[in-house]
Design a protein around this ligand. Structure first.
Ligand SMILES: *[C@@H]1O[C@H](CO)[C@@H](O)[C@H](O)[C@H]1NC(C)=O
Ligand SMILES: *[C@@H]1O[C@H](CO)[C@@H](O)[C@H](O)[C@H]1NC(C)=O
Ligand SMILES: *[C@@H]1O[C@H](CO)[C@@H](O)[C@H](O)[C@H]1NC(C)=O
Ligand SMILES: *[C@@H]1O[C@H](CO)[C@@H](O)[C@H](O)[C@H]1NC(C)=O
Length: 330
């Protein structure tokens, strides 16, 4: 090979490499205040929300890599005493019956975490970024108006449910209610308690539910154990019965599905989102860089694809190392 040929060859390899990298990203996508992340893709943009505690912010970009330095807006702050503070786990959901975007989040009073409840904002436009956000109401649980956090929407056919986390004695459990509309819940039923040893590390916790659907099947992935310490991880329930409002319809996997690996500790509080084509499912989650970890803004946001085992169940794999190139969703 002549020197000139070599230069051309090297140039081609370089350009091909750059093209491949342009379709890849590395984690983390948010380095601080990356906790309790949620992502939705809509008409050309990814929208990321995380817990910043004092307000609700949305970051958007056209690629996952772009989220690192994406445009960011604070869309909500609130001086109302009952919901001013500890704004946790915002999630953006399209509610087709109302024809509007809603942000569901948890919030309570200053100086204590004991008054956390579920709340909703409604977007003014059919576009997330163009919306201004108005308080749409507190999601009151009629038969159990107590501490509740981490509300997420589960959709089965034309029926909507809210799944959330609440204390029952010494256990933080998962509950489900049918939604009458985007801001009104029916009576709730407990569907999961932290009964297995891996759900009881540091504290007995089931929280951060996230619904995922594939091949006509439905799962709720949730976070187990104390977010501080060494035990936080993901577990999974499958809807195996016909009535989602019955605990016996949900079957828990006996082992966790996602735990500390490759320098990412206490991975949890995840969300799922579809790729632009709708053909791929990705997951977003937070992790700590050290173990034992903390439940604060030091947690960062990671994203990676979800795969499927040959029997059709979700395969989350392990948290991937921070220097790994991960393909942009297609
Ligand atoms: C993106 O944001 C990170 C963290 O804030 C910063 O260090 C980096 O310089 C930014 N990159 C660009 C290209 O602006
Ligand atoms: C958002 O607002 C901009 C500026 O008013 C407008 O050009 C754009 O069409 C709007 N986008 C959507 C999807 O509504
Ligand atoms: C939602 O449903 C509740 C209970 O049926 C009702 O009181 C409320 O007016 C409804 N809200 C809207 C915005 O329709
Ligand atoms: C997505 O799946 C559909 C149906 O299987 C297929 O026609 C389409 O080409 C796929 N798109 C991409 C980007 O893979």
């Amino acid at each position: 090979m002549t020197s000139k040929m070599f230069k051309i060859f090297a140039c081609i390899i370089f350009v091909a490499g750059q093209l491949l990298l342009a379709n890849a990203f590395t984690n983390p996508v948010k380095t601080t205040d990356g906790s309790d992340p949620f992502v939705v893709y809509h008409e050309g943009y990814y929208y990321l929300t995380t817990t910043t505690w004092s307000n609700i912010q949305i970051t958007r970009a056209t690629t996952i890599d772009g989220l690192k330095n994406g445009s960011r807006k604070t869309v909500w702050t609130d001086a109302t005493t009952s919901r001013c503070c500890n704004m946790w786990a915002p999630e953006i959901h399209w509610q087709s019956k109302e024809g509007a975007w809603y942000i569901y989040y948890s919030a309570g009073t200053s100086g204590t975490f004991d008054n956390q409840r579920l709340h909703a904002l409604r977007g003014s436009a059919t576009d997330i970024w163009n919306s201004t956000w108005n308080y749409a109401g507190r999601l009151v649980v009629p038969n159990r108006d107590v501490w509740s956090i981490d509300g997420t929407v589960l959709v089965l056919g034309s029926t909507r449910y809210m799944v959330f986390s609440s204390w029952d004695g010494a256990d933080q459990c998962l509950y489900i209610s049918q939604m009458n509309n985007a801001t009104s819940l029916g009576n709730t039923v407990k569907i999961s308690s932290p009964t297995l040893s891996w759900e009881r590390v540091g504290a007995n916790v089931n929280e951060g539910p996230a619904a995922v659907y594939h091949g006509g099947r439905t799962w709720i992935v949730f976070s187990a154990s104390n977010c501080a310490g060494t035990g936080y991880k993901l577990g999974m329930l499958e809807l195996t019965g016909s009535n989602p409002l019955s605990a016996s319809s949900w079957k828990k996997s006996s082992n966790p599905i996602f735990q500390s690996a490759n320098g990412n500790y206490q991975p949890g509080h995840n969300g799922f989102f579809l790729s632009p084509s709708g053909n791929e499912t990705y997951m977003v989650y937070h992790a700590n860089s050290v173990s034992p970890g903390t439940c604060d803004g030091k947690r960062y946001t990671n994203i990676q694809p979800l795969h499927w085992y040959t029997d059709g169940t979700p395969d989350t794999g392990s948290p991937r190392a921070l220097n790994e190139n991960i393909p942009e969703p297609k």
